[in-house]
Write a protein that binds this ligand. Structure first.
Ligand code: COA
Length: 176
């Protein structure tokens, strides 16, 4: 049987319900406690840097990028990356990461951070940081804190707390 074609495009507003369902399926209720979730909490992802794979009009995979800060430097957080079980192993995950990183570079961003497995992300341009050079708002295995440098020199001296990008709606004295 011929496998259904995967088509890639930027995420649109109508994709949100299917992406929410995919996240629930891929990560379960524990997703809300993850360090990466806490970095994104209350901060909208950037739809121009977030992409989906579609097959026969149905969501097959999604990646989102969200603005964060690392110390005082603006950066992007990559994730969640999720592929529906029936579409795994067809290159969708890697293609979505490539598209998101390329779009981020074109948009002038310097750094993309993620929490993930080095063997998967290293061929896509991600590398580990010195352990605990960058801390996250919840415990993570330091070997899984990976960055991609999009502008030359962006990694030099990179250290500090990764934190949420301040929301314009945040009240003074409250975390953004
Ligand atoms: C991880 C995930 C995104 C991979 O998506 P995918 O579309 O199947 O991946 P691709 O087809 O692009 O790549 C497949 C290759 O990556 C490998 N791979 C998959 N997950 C891996 C991992 N965690 N570590 C190392 N390699 C991995 C596969 O073995 C395969 O190798 P091969 O090409 O040598 O056969 C998908 O399995 C998924 O949604 N998992 C659940 C959610 C999740 O863990 N997201 C990532 C959070 S960091």
């Amino acid at each position: 049987m011929k496998a259904d074609t995967l088509n890639y495009r930027a995420e649109g507003p109508a994709d949100s319900p299917a992406i929410d369902a995919l996240h629930a399926e891929a990560f379960g209720p524990g997703r809300f406690a993850r360090a990466a979730f806490r970095l994104r909490e209350g901060v909208p992802h950037d739809p121009t840097l977030s992409f989906v794979a579609i097959s026969n009009g149905t969501l097959a995979a999604s990646v989102r990028l969200t603005p964060i800060f690392i110390g005082d430097r603006p950066a992007l957080l990559l994730g969640p990356l999720a592929v529906k079980p029936t579409f795994k192993g067809r290159g969708a995950g890697k293609e979505l990461v490539r598209m998101a990183v390329a779009a981020s570079r074109v948009a002038g961003h310097a750094l993309v951070l993620l929490v993930g497995d080095l063997p998967y992300y290293q061929p896509l341009g991600f590398e580990p940081l010195a352990p605990y050079a960058v801390t996250l708002p919840a415990p993570v295995d330091p070997d899984r804190v990976l960055v991609a440098e999009l502008t030359s020199g962006a990694l030099i001296g990179l250290a500090g707390a990764a934190r949420r990008a301040l929301s314009p709606l945040a009240k003074p004295g409250q975390p953004g």
